[in-house]
Design a protein around this ligand. Structure first.
Ligand SMILES: NC(=O)c1ccc[n+]([C@@H]2O[C@H](COP(=O)([O-])OP(=O)(O)OC[C@H]3O[C@@H](n4cnc5c(N)ncnc54)[C@H](OP(=O)(O)O)[C@@H]3O)[C@@H](O)[C@H]2O)c1
Length: 263
């Protein structure tokens, strides 16, 4: 147990709660006794999860089915929420993989909207209540690729660097209000992410589970400003900091090069 209700309060809002890491956050926080607001697009999936959480953990749940890429999504959420939010998990996000000029520009632009703009918007809307209550928690999903330039994932890796720096900078601003902010950096983790991103590369590092990632997050929130999940991913982050930039970019371009681009 992480004493989440004692430290932060009664209600957690999780974006991207219908699968992968977000779904696991929902289960872990419900197990802690928090009421859960589940946000994503697939309403049927969220409703099923909401019923399971109510039954298994005797908590209250609310489903808000919304496309977070659309402008005004935060207003829809703010107009719908039944309880003040004490813990926000900015988790919804996706990636893409391939030669930048061949990728669909709408998918790249929407990625920036979902991974970055929406995080700013929802955090800005929910933070004042945490400051007023003199306690709160915010977890932003960054990635191990926020530490290393990642050719063939240019927009995604930049969006995750945004998430990490946004969380780190905000953490410094709101610590004295007793609001904890954490940049969470997972590496390759079992979820629907790979399929969504059309990412078919086999990684030399063992895949982590979403349970590993969520445990890392909940044991670090309030103790650290940023955390990378898993020892091999940590080493990758250190490698990214120590290796000369020019070589690192070339090395990663070679490593990540899609099979199709080799011809
Ligand atoms: N898995 C990894 O290897 C990995 C590594 C590092 C970082 N991450 C980060 O972890 C976070 C969660 O990813 P995951 O691995 O759990 O992937 P996932 O299984 O694909 O889950 C993504 C979640 O985001 C939601 N989502 C996507 N587009 C949305 C939209 N337009 N509006 C509302 N919700 C939307 C999806 O729900 P709906 O489809 O129902 O809308 C889903 O619940 C992401 O920010 C990702 O960048 C993942």
């Amino acid at each position: 147990m992480y004493n989440m209700t004692k430290r932060y309060g009664q209600c957690a809002l999780i974006t991207g709660a219908s699968s992968g890491i977000g779904k696991t956050f929902a289960r872990a926080l419900a197990k802690e006794g928090m009421n859960i607001i589940l946000v994503a697009r697939r309403e049927d999936v969220l409703n099923t999860l909401a019923s399971q959480l109510q039954e298994e953990f005797q908590v209250e749940t609310q489903v808000i089915a919304v496309d977070l890429i659309k402008s005004g999504a935060s207003k829809v959420i703010m107009d719908s929420i039944q309880w003040p939010v004490d813990l926000l998990v900015n988790n919804a996000g996706y990636g893409s993989y391939g030669e930048f000029q061949t990728l669909d520009v709408n998918i790249e632009e929407n990625m920036v909207d979902l991974n970055c703009r929406q995080v700013v918007s929802l955090t800005h809307a929910l933070l004042p209540n945490m400051i007023k209550n003199k306690r709160g928690g915010i977890i932003c999903l960054a990635s191990v690729v926020s530490h290393v330039p990642s050719p063939y994932m240019a927009t995604y890796s930049a969006s995750k660097a945004f998430n990490r720096f946004f969380a780190l900078s905000l953490a410094g601003e709101v610590k004295h209000h007793n609001v904890d902010v954490l940049a969470l950096c997972p590496g390759d983790t079992v979820s629907e992410f790979r399929q969504e991103a059309h990412f078919d590369k086999k990684m030399p590092i063992p895949q982590r589970t979403s349970e590993d990632v969520v445990n890392t997050a909940l044991s670090s929130l309030g103790k650290k400003y940023s955390v990378t999940d898993g020892i091999f991913n940590k080493l990758m982050g250190v490698f990214g900091k120590l290796y000369p930039e020019k070589r690192l970019v070339r090395f990663n371009a070679k490593t990540w090069r899609p099979r199709k681009a080799r011809a």
